[in-house]
Every structure is written in C-alpha cells, then in structure tokens.
Design a binder for this molecule. Structure first.
Ligand SMILES: [Fe+2]
Length: 422
C-alpha cells in the first residue's frame, strides 16, 4: 500500500523532530566544556569534543545536503578535509592523531557551522523527501548518537590525564547499594535459532541479514561482573599469571604494566576511579568497567567460565525490554544490579565483551557509495560488544546492535558477563 499524503507528512515531521532532538542533545553535551576542553586530544583513539561536534555536522553536509539540497552553500570548503573521519571515497583528510592540534576553527565557529547546516536541513526536511534521503538523515541521527557516546568517553579520558581530575558533571556521592548475591545462571537449550536484524525499523547494515545459527546448550550469568569480584581477581594475582591470558593479552600486560582496570588508582590502600563525576571510590557492588577484551577473557578463565558469543547473548536477550542505565539517567556511571529475578543489566551500564569477532553475517553486503564504508571495512581484528552503556544515548541501542572495538581498548565503558557450556 502506498503511504497516504497524511502518513507521509507524519513520517516527515517525526524525522524532523528526531533530527532536532539529536542535534540539540549534542549541544547540551558540549555545554560544560570550554573551548580548551573541547580542543585537546588525549590519545590517537580519542577525538576532541569539537571534532565530534563538527564531524557529525560534516556527515549531514556531505552525505545529505551536498547531493540533495539544490543550491546548498558549503559553510567552509576547508572543513571537508578537517572533519572527514575515514571515508576514502570522499577524499584526503587531516590525520586522526593530529585532531587535537586544531586550535582553529574555534568552538564558536564549529557551533556556527552546526547552525548553518541545521538551517539547511530544516529546509530540506520541509520538502518532499524521497525514501533514500530520509534513510540517510536517519543514519546521520544514529551516527551522531554514536559520537555523543564517544564525546563522553573521550572527555573522560582527557580529564583523567589532568592531575586535578576535573569532573565533567558535578561530583555526586555513590549511593550505597546492597551487595549483589551470588551470580545466578539462566540456562538455554541448544538448537537452530535466528539472530540479526529483521529489517523493520532502523538498524546499521552490519546487524543484518537475519540468519540461522546453531547453538549448543549454554548458561549465561544473570548479572554483570562487579568491581568487588574484579578486586578478588587482582588479589589472587590475576594480572600476574600468564596461564590465564591470551598471548596477545599477556604482551599488553608486559608492554603497559596493566595491574587494574583503566582509571583505577590506589589512595591510602583504597581503590579509586576516575569518572565523569571526578574521582570516586570504586564501588564494589557496581559492574566493572574500562577493561579490555584481554582482561575480560583472563577474568573469565580465572573464574572457570568463558565470555558468551554474540549469538548466545542475542538469544538470551530476546524478548527483554531495551531498558537500563543509559546516559539519559544522568548517572553516567554503571549501577549495581537490582534484586529482581531474571537476567539483569543486559542493556545499559557497560558494553559487554563477547568472544565473537566482528565479521560479516551470511549475505552481508555493504551499501553502495561512501556510506558503504561505515561498518564493513572494520570487519577485521575487532570483537563485538553488546547491550549499550551508561554513556549510550537513550533509545540508541537494541538487541541486535553490534558495537566493536580492538581487543586492547579500554577507554569505553566496557565490561563483561560470564557464560559457560551447559
Ligand atoms: Fe563518524
């Protein structure tokens, strides 16, 4: 059935509303930041906040406005070079590790760039959009939400390098939570199951096609691994026993002298950690965060368990509401598990490392043109994480969502849930 005129207008105003909300949220995230905060880059993996604000705008300018808005005037022709992230089809770009050297353009000029693009987008959103253009705008909104999470994790990393350990948001004492009980286990039968996105509603290309997988019977923990459990692992020499570690992980230990999760430091015999609310005592009841795949895997070996595969995780999460401690809660830190029954913390708190490499699903084809570079070219050397974190925007993730990072990365809100063969 072809959409009626009224239905088309509805879809268009929903998209316009969503565009405005996403764009306004990025401005809110930037509010506590000075131009200096937004300019510095703490490591090649992280980008300055100013760069995130500009790059997400460049995405709309390049992918949506240039090809589709007749007479659109570029805000500044140098910005294509400065704010292209990794699109080879679009051309040469400023080297990623040098993004923090861009003291100009100023934060104010980036905000003017945003306003210029927003205005042109409003005109376009008021016109009769074809489905391809609408899909690109939708992609641009989800893309910007991904960068909203990165903006927070990159600011956390930047502020952690400052000896005064500044807080992005007002420090807030950690609420005292009851110590979570022993881990419970949910058992799942083996068999042939379907995973992947079914094409209804938005999903990134790498989430599909939906396809069959063969699973052996398995058990999955009903909650995330806690800081308290991580302290036991450390106290038992977890970081000093090579037999627990993958060879590549042990090489990281030797090279970087890891002995605790990223951001942890000892003060008078107590563990503290850097958070978006400044330095805080490590809460033993909260989920551990900022651990690499290598650390998650070593912990699982120490516990006599393993990490779940992404198919196991997706099967376990089927039918659960996509609700949890996301960025919208304002907490900006992982939260201890509640006492309710069933699987807890599947969504929000920390991204959960799975033991599955990020590879194409059967039948996967990247899109034509530049947006085809979005995910497909990263399907080598990275592991899938599931579920979203306390820095993920509300409504951004879903059961089929596949996040991915290299196994040594620790600056995201990454943690783990254990699994085992049943
Ligand atoms: Fe991007």
């Amino acid at each position: 059935m072809r959409p009626t005129v009224a239905r088309k207008q509805d879809l268009r105003s929903n998209l316009a509303e969503r565009f405005r909300e996403v764009r306004a949220h990025s401005r809110r995230l930037a509010q506590p930041l000075s131009d200096a905060d937004a300019t510095a880059q703490s490591m090649p993996d992280a980008s300055p906040a100013k760069w995130h604000l500009a790059h997400t705008t460049w995405f709309f300018e390049t992918m949506v406005l240039k090809p589709n808005a007749a007479g659109y005037q570029l805000f500044d022709p140098t910005f294509n070079f400065l704010f292209n992230s990794y699109y080879e089809t679009i051309g040469e770009r400023h080297p990623r590790p040098m993004r923090g050297l861009l003291t100009r353009p100023s934060l104010e000029r980036i905000m003017d760039f945003r306003a210029h693009v927003d205005q042109a987008m409003e005109t376009l959103l008021g016109a009769d959009l074809g489905p391809e253009v609408a899909a690109l705008i939708e992609l641009g909104c989800h893309h910007e939400q991904q960068h909203q999470e990165l903006l927070l994790t990159d600011i956390l990393h930047l502020f952690a390098q400052n000896p005064t350990r500044p807080a992005y948001r007002d420090p807030e004492p950690v609420a005292v939570a009851p110590t979570p009980g022993e881990t419970g286990w949910a058992t799942f039968d083996g068999g042939i199951f379907e995973i992947g996105h079914d094409g209804s509603g938005f999903a990134f290309d790498c989430e599909g096609p939906r396809h069959q997988v063969l699973l052996q019977p398995f058990r999955i923990a009903d909650r995330l691994v806690t800081n308290g459990e991580w302290i036991s692992f450390m106290a038992d020499g977890g970081y000093r026993k090579p037999l627990l570690w993958l060879a590549d992980g042990w090489a990281q230990i030797l090279a970087h002298r890891w002995e605790a999760p990223l951001y942890w430091e000892q003060r008078d015999g107590e563990w503290w950690t850097m958070t978006l609310r400044g330095m805080q005592p490590v809460d033993p009841t909260a989920p551990v965060a900022h651990v690499s795949y290598f650390e998650a895997d070593a912990f699982a070996s120490w516990a006599g368990k393993r990490l779940p595969t992404e198919a196991e995780w997706e099967r376990a999460s089927a039918g659960l509401p996509t609700a949890g401690n996301f960025a919208g809660s304002g907490r900006l830190r992982p939260k201890p598990a509640g006492t309710e029954g069933g699987l807890k913390q599947m969504f929000g708190d920390v991204w959960e490392w799975t033991r599955s490499p990020f590879t194409p699903y059967p039948g996967f084809r990247p899109a034509e043109g530049a947006v085809g570079e979005y995910n497909g070219k990263f399907m080598c050397g990275q592991f899938v994480l599931r579920g979203g974190s306390c820095a993920t925007p509300e409504g951004h993730t879903r059961a089929t969502y596949r996040n991915f990072f290299q196994p040594d990365k620790r600056w995201q809100f990454s943690g783990l849930r254990l699994a085992e063969d049943a």
